[in-house]
Structures are given as structure tokens and as C-alpha cells.
Design a protein. Structure first.
Length: 509
């Protein structure tokens, strides 16, 4: 499969699309206003011990203290060999065996500790931290605090696995750190592996040196920026070209490839065309679709994706898809296509946490297994860890997807100040009734006031004067008061104010 990395740079934003045979497989977005601390290593100070939760808050110099649970505390271990998932870290391959020690036995308030960010701050939550440090390279992942040698289980060839284990035992990193051999190392030479190991060990030594001369909170090691991180991880696969439209970024990437992957420098291309790079590859429309809750399927059906604070709900509908055969087969075809698209959308939109998918009802267990199989196959393309449960008795599939950072929707959109995340706004009729209730309350609260003024956004003011004036006039006649309506262009959509006017001044109702 031919892959390309398309990099569009702007002073305030970088966008990266990974294409597989011309189709968007991955999309990444980074804005300067929110530099991600994901992967950074800090020297922190324990600020709070949460005995009941078995966790601690650690000050690392960010706006909010990081959260360090007991399960993320590193344990010393002797060298061992094991099958490890690709690009693994200690967090991704945590053993079920847990320490019997409590958080109070391991940490004290005010204690300095080295931690790494494994999940960036999301919403009101601070970063999630671990003491199980890991540094990824091209062929290896260094685990400085755990003496172990692991091999990606995606390297299935026994001879390759045996060769890699033998090389790593000869290099013997266990005196200084543990190592996980990545999938990209399947055909790597001993020289290449040694070079990668040396680079990672030097990076860790540099962080330790920074630790000795710094006071907490302090940054000890900064993970590669989004662009270089994507390139580093994508080079594990077959990349045909890396195309970038910024000269400074081109030079930065070229310097990185010189030390990281010299053989890949010939793949780097500086785009000089006048047509915007994303337009050239028809990516702008594809990116715009990532923010649309409705996704059409080729069969005529569609998905509705709703993201909440705690979970993502995905509804599958037949839409225009009527099919030509039996109804069950029509539903099966729609669900199979939907399952593949669900896996794609979760990856592209970076949706994480709990996900519930409501497929079209199928009574056949065999059909359910077919749909489940397609969904699981699609999720295997995802670098984020996922766990899928079988169909429930209500025809739902529940799954979890690792969430390390905010979704693109949260990065690009802000909460609407008018609907306040409801997705709907009050009708003008409802607002008219609301304003009348305000006047009733004002007339009761200020019985001596005979004049009231309504200031409203232009469209609302026009509605009150044209449609709602009769009702307001009848109310004013009964109460013996005067009402004036003024349109205020400084008020936002559907905003209004009701004032009680007296000789002593005005009061907002």
C-alpha cells in the first residue's frame, strides 16, 4: 500500500494527513495556542495524596496538577523477555499483577518525582501521569526504569524474533535500561539497532542531567512536536513521499531525518506550487467532514455521531438504502459498511473514551458476528488501544478507545454561548413568553414602577414588535404600565434585558 504524508504549515497551526492509496488514513492537528505536553518528562512535586482514590496530584508546571494513579507507579524488575504489542510502552502492556503497597507508602506530600505525561489535559482534567518512563525511537522503545527486553508480537516470523532477541542480548542494555523492539526492526541490522539504542540512552542521560540541576517543577525532556512525531511513527510503515509546504519546516524535518533515518531523506519533498497543498490533494473537503455529525455511507445509509463529555454515541440508519434482496440482507450490508466507517471515524476524529454504537437491528447471531468482525478488523489499523464487547441484547456494541488528547471537535470548536451545548436554541415564541414572565415578575417586585423597557437582539426585538406586541400590550393595559421595546445590536443572538424605570434610576429585572 502506497502512503504519503502531506504537511500543511501555518504560523499558528500545523495539519498533517497520512494518505493510503490517496485516501485519508490518519489526520493530525496542532495549534500553537495549545502545545501538547504528551510524552514530555517532568520533575514534579507531589502536591496532594488521595488516599481514597489510591492516587496523587503532582505539580509539573502546567496550569493544572497532573494525576498519578497507583497503577502508573513503576516497579523495579529483572530482565525478561515477552511478546509486546507494537510501539508498546509500559502503560500499554501493564501486567495484571499489582503491588500490594498503598499510595501513602510510595509517595509523600512535597516529594520530588520524575513523571511522564501519558494523557494530555482534557477539559477540566489535568494531565494523566506515569512513572513508567518510555522513550520511543525508530526501532526501539527505551524503558529506563524497567529492565526488560520485549519484542513486538507483530513480528511473527520466529527466525526474525530469535535474531532480534540475540542481538539485544549482545547489546545488553539491561545495565542501564529495558528495551522493546518495534515492528520496524524486523529486518534491521545490529548496527542500526545499536545506533538507535545509543540515541535513546543519550536522550535519557540528558534528561537525568537536567534532573540533577533543576528544581521541581521542571521540564526534563520535551517530546518531538506533532509533525516530527507523526513522521517518526509513520516511517515504521511504507512511506512513499513526505510533502511539506513550508521551507523552515522542510529544513527542520530534513535535519531530523539526517540523524533519525538518513535513507528516508530522498522521500522528503518541498512543495512550491501556487495552489494550496491541501486543495491539491482534495483534503479540505475531507477535513471539513470530520466536524459533521452526519456521515453518509456509499450504500445510502448514514451515521450520526454525537460526542458528550463522558461518551460517544453513534447511530446507524438505513437512510436511502433500500436494497434489492431480503430485508435482513439489506440491513446486514448497511451494518457491514457502517462498521468499517465507524472504525475509520473514531481514528480520524480522535474520539476516545466509551463509545456506544447502535447498529440497525439484526436478529441473526451469524450476521452480528460478521459485523463485529469487520469492526474489529478496522480497529486494528488504529494505534490507540481499543477493547470491544459483543452485541448486547439491545443490539448495541460497546467499546473503549484510548484517549490521550482532545478530539478535533474540542480543539476547533468552542461551546456555543447561546445553546450551551444543547445543539438547539429557543424559538422566538418561547423567548416572547419568557420575556412576558420577566415583566410579570418585575411588575410584582417593583409595584410602584410604571415604565419598563425591553432591550433585545434585533431579530428578537422585531418579533416582539410584530408578533408579540398584542399580548404585551394587553398585559401592560391590565397592570397600568408602559412598555417600550428597543433593538440593541450589542446584544448577542437571542439575548435580551428587561429594565424597571423609575425616577430613582433603572433596575434590571
Amino acid at each position: 500500500m502506497s502512503k504519503e504524508i502531506i504537511i500543511n504549515c501555518h504560523p499558528n497551526e500545523n495539519r498533517v494527513a497520512v494518505l493510503a492509496d490517496g485516501k485519508v488514513e490518519q489526520f493530525y492537528l496542532q495549534r500553537d495556542e495549545k502545545q501538547s505536553p504528551l510524552g514530555n518528562i517532568y520533575k514534579g512535586r507531589v502536591s496532594t495524596i488521595l488516599r481514597g482514590l489510591g492516587a496523587a496530584f503532582v505539580s509539573i508546571g502546567l496550569d493544572k496538577d497532573g494525576f498519578l494513579p497507583l497503577s502508573e507507579m513503576a516497579r523495579s524488575s529483572s530482565i525478561w523477555e515477552d511478546d509486546i504489542e507494537d510501539d508498546a510502552t509500559p502503560q500499554n502492556n501493564r501486567r495484571s499483577k499489582r503491588s500490594s503497597q498503598t499510595i501513602e507508602q510510595l509517595l509523600q506530600k512535597g516529594q520530588e518525582i520524575i513523571v511522564q505525561v501519558v494523557k494530555e489535559p482534557i477539559g477540566s482534567k489535568g494531565a494523566r501521569l506515569t512513572t513508567q518512563i518510555s522513550l520511543p525511537g525508530r526501532y526501539l522503545v527505551l524503558t529506563p526504569l524497567e529492565r526488560r527486553i520485549g519484542v513486538s508480537r507483530k513480528i511473527s516470523n520466529r527466525e526474525q524474533r530469535s535474531r532480534l532477541r540475540k542481538i539485544m542480548m549482545e547489546l545488553d542494555p539491561s545495565k542501564e535500561a529495558g528495551v522493546i523492539v518495534r515492528t520496524a526492526a524486523a529486518a534491521a541490522t545490529k548496527k542500526s539497532l545499536k545506533k538507535d539504542l545509543t540515541y535513546l540512552l543519550n536522550t535519557w542521560k540528558s534528561a537525568r542531567k537536567q534532573d540533577r540541576r533543576s528544581k521541581a517543577p521542571a521540564l526534563l525532556h520535551e517530546e518531538l512536536g506533532m509533525v516530527l512525531r507523526v513522521i517518526r511513527d509513520s516511517l515504521l510503515t511504507d512511506i512513499k513521499e513526505i510533502i511539506v509546504d513550508s521551507k523552515p519546516e522542510y529544513k527542520k524535518i530534513n535535519r531530523f531525518l539526517t540523524s533519525f533515518s538518513p535513507q528516508s531523506q530522498s522521500k522528503l519533498v518541498y512543495y512550491r506550487g501556487r495552489k494550496p497543498l491541501f486543495d491539491k490533494y482534495n483534503l479540505e473537503k475531507e477535513v471539513a467532514k470530520l466536524f459533521n455529525p452526519k456521515i453518509w455511507l456509499k450504500c445510502g445509509g448514514y451515521l450520526i455521531i454525537n460526542q458528550t463529555e463522558a461518551l460517544v454515541a453513534i447511530d446507524v440508519n438505513t437512510g436511502k438504502h433500500k436494497g434489492k434482496g431480503r430485508q435482513e440482507e439489506t440491513v446486514l450490508r448497511a451494518n457491514m459498511e457502517a462498521a468499517e466507517e465507524v472504525a475509520t471515524q473514531l481514528r480520524l476524529r480522535n474520539l476516545g473514551g466509551i463509545v456506544v454504537v447502535d447498529f440497525i437491528d439484526m436478529s441473526s447471531r451469524r450476521y452480528q458476528k460478521q459485523v463485529m468482525s469487520i469492526l474489529v478488523k478496522g480497529l486494528k489499523k488504529d494505534k490507540a488501544r481499543t477493547r470491544v464487547l459483543p452485541f448486547s441484547e439491545f443490539g448495541l456494541i460497546q467499546l473503549t478507545r484510548q484517549r490521550e488528547e482532545e478530539s478535533f471537535l474540542k480543539k476547533v470548536y468552542e461551546t456555543c454561548p447561546y445553546c450551551r451545548s444543547l445543539g438547539v436554541v429557543k424559538s422566538l415564541f418561547s423567548l416572547g413568553l419568557e420575556i412576558e414572565r420577566k415583566l410579570r415578575s418585575g411588575a410584582y417586585e417593583y409595584p410602584k414602577v410604571k415604565r419598563f423597557r425591553i432591550e433585545a437582539a434585533p431579530e428578537l426585538a422585531r418579533y416582539l414588535l410584530e408578533e408579540g406586541w398584542g399580548q404585551l400590550r394587553r398585559f401592560a393595559r391590565r397592570r397600568g404600565i408602559r412598555i417600550s421595546i428597543i433593538d440593541n445590536t450589542e446584544l448577542g443572538f437571542q439575548e435580551y434585558r428587561v429594565w424597571a424605570l423609575s425616577s430613582n434610576g433603572q433596575e434590571m429585572v
